[in-house]
Design a protein around this ligand. Structure first.
Ligand code: PXG
Length: 296
């Protein structure tokens, strides 16, 4: 019989089928908590330190005190991967407010719940990367920075889910959200970039977009390749008339966008700068210096 994957819950390792939390956990009752989605490539957890830093930053904004030091958290992630003999993995790290009562007051929750799920990565078909994806701007506006901003990676993803539903019913691959001012913000779990006259542009986080780790990697790679990469507001017209467009994200990696609300981007094929960045990205994620090794 195949061995079940083990899930870390509050310092214990439980088989996947028995990895359960209380229905009184405020992560479930109110979406009260923070998370990270991380990937390991060939025995190295890509940008683990950056993900852990972001998790603790998110937690500090919602005044959630994580009961582990960053170093302990890093070790717990690596140990969970080792217990599951994983080299290529998808890692979901969650810290919820913990078990409370049927009232949203977080003071009722005495101990945060820490969960580390490490699972095999389901690879994309490759078709999206090869041919690019079809997207649409949707009616649901990105949560503004003075509300439940996606700058904090919280367990509240209804904003993204509503956007995703619009793309689903239109039979498109992904949704793109605008901010309240009508500027492009981000996808449902991806940052957006356009290429305009050789310049690479991504929206600032004031649009409510997450400070994506892949976004940062893509900007650094672009600069290394000699392109200018900047944060600047992007209007729907800028996007419709861009030479190239692409998404970045831990799950998506770098994926070309070839259509927005039926407007064809560039000539309808993934653009040359996007392809260059995708090639460089493939290399960087497999560079042992770019992350934390699972097995010493
Ligand atoms: N914006 C949002 C709202 C996100 O949730 C990104 C941008 C890209 O950020 P990174 O740091 O990954 O480059 C995200 C990332 C999942 C999943 O399974 C979600 C994310 C990452 C990994 C997995 O839903 N969100």
């Amino acid at each position: 019989m195949e061995r079940e994957l083990l899930v870390y819950i509050d310092g214990e390792y439980r088989p996947k089928s028995r990895a359960k939390v209380s229905v009184y956990d405020h992560g479930l009752l109110y979406g009260d908590g923070v998370f990270e989605g991380i990937r390991a490539y060939d025995g190295v957890v890509f940008r683990l330190k950056e993900h852990i830093d972001r998790l603790y930053r998110s937690a500090s904004v919602i005044m959630l005190s994580i009961p582990l030091t960053k170093e302990e958290m890093i070790n717990a992630v690596l140990e969970t991967l080792r217990k599951n003999h994983l080299r290529d993995a998808y890692i979901r790290l969650l810290v919820t407010r913990g078990v409370g009562d049927l009232g949203l007051d977080p003071r009722k929750c005495k101990k945060p719940t820490v969960i580390i799920i490490t699972d095999v990565i389901r690879l994309h078909s490759g078709e999206a990367k090869e041919n690019g994806i079809r997207t649409m701007l949707v009616w649901v506006k990105r949560d503004p920075v003075d509300a439940t901003s996606h700058e904090v990676k919280s367990l509240n993803y209804m904003n993204s889910i509503l956007a995703k539903i619009e793309a689903n019913i239109a039979d498109l691959d992904e949704a793109i959200c605008l901010d309240k001012n009508g500027h492009i913000s981000e996808g449902v779990a991806e940052n957006v970039f356009i290429v305009q006259k050789g310049k690479i542009i991504t929206p600032p986080t004031s649009t409510g977009a997450l400070v994506g780790i892949t976004r940062d990697v893509a900007m650094k790679l672009a600069e290394k390749l000699g392109y200018k990469a900047v944060e600047s507001n992007i209007t729907p017209t800028d996007l419709f008339t861009a030479d190239e467009a692409f998404f970045t994200g831990t799950a998506a990696e770098i994926v070309p966008i070839v259509e927005v609300n039926k407007r064809v981007i560039g000539n309808g094929d993934p653009g040359p700068i996007t392809r260059r960045l995708m090639q460089e990205f493939e290399k960087v994620v497999r560079d042992p210096k770019e992350g934390a090794p699972i097995y010493q």
